[in-house]
Ligand binder design. Structure first.
Ligand code: ADP
Length: 241
């Protein structure tokens, strides 16, 4: 099984002083799968994404991308190997336009495109996420959902081997949510490997093949979405939220 995994997390642990935010968590994501990483607030989900992307180093354990250990590498090397992410609070360069922000993803990520190649990829992706004709608008002038679209395009610009979405759907209104789910569904259909941290349970049910549930830093359940969400321990963890 391990050879076939796109990404595998082996007994990852992260302590902040005395607080163990991620406590010996292991799981795998198969190529082309969309894994939901869920759990109540403070359960360690964002910390887990930070460990995968290299923003934080694990206190113990290891993370492998396509069977190669990445957890010793600095974040920019992990990005170059093919891990891209979006952030819970959109992080972009507001004074730069949409195209420039997306080009940054192409230049610094897995594909390392430059110049016109990066520009062309940025244009194609902006069209794809629904921002045709808006390449030269400064990102700071965009609405929240449009900033999210730019951020998704930026993450895709590097053609990542694994895409991490940190509550990408949070804060969208119901009609925006439909658009957002459809966009992620399209990525799933084209065979992207994705880990999504998400509180919108309808989206988890609709999109994910499997899910991993965290609570208090530990993995408390894992499996198909319907069975996992009805697991009594998972229900208890959420009720205590
Ligand atoms: P989630 O994403 O599931 O809401 P987090 O990973 O953000 O959970 O947080 C897990 C726990 O780790 C929380 O108790 C949080 O306060 C703590 N934590 C997260 N980041 C840090 C940090 N940089 N320093 C200290 N504690 C942190």
């Amino acid at each position: 099984m391990t050879e076939a995994a796109a990404l595998s997390v082996h007994a990852a642990r992260k302590a902040f002083g005395g607080l163990v935010a991620v406590n010996d968590v292991s799981f795998e994501v198969r190529p082309g799968a969309l894994l939901g990483l869920i759990g109540p607030n403070g359960s360690g989900k964002t910390t887990m994404l930070n460990l995968i992307s290299g923003a934080l180093k694990p206190t113990a354990g290891a993370i492998e991308l396509g069977g190669e250990r990445i957890s010793d590498l600095p974040a920019h090397r992990i990005a170059q190997r093919g891990v891209a992410r979006t952030f819970q609070l959109v992080r972009m360069l507001p004074a730069l336009d949409a195209e420039e922000n997306v080009m940054a993803g192409a230049v610094f990520g897995h594909t390392r495109l430059w110049g016109e190649d990066a520009r062309k990829r940025a244009r194609d992706l902006l069209d794809r996420v629904g921002l045709r004709g808006r390449a030269h608008v400064p990102v700071g002038a965009f609405t929240y959902i449009d900033q999210k679209r730019v951020e998704l395009a930026r993450a895709l610009a590097s053609d990542p081997r694994v895409l991490l979405l940190d509550e990408w759907l949070a804060g969208l209104n119901p009609s925006e949510l439909k658009i957002g789910i459809a966009l992620i569904d399209e990525l799933r259909r084209e065979g992207r490997t994705i880990i999504m941290v998400e509180h919108v349970m309808d989206a988890i049910r609709e999109l994910c093949d499997r899910c991993v549930v965290m609570s208090g830093g530990q993995k408390i359940a894992e499996g198909g979405v319907a069975e996992t969400l009805s697991d009594p321990e998972v229900v208890r963890a959420y009720l205590g939220d």
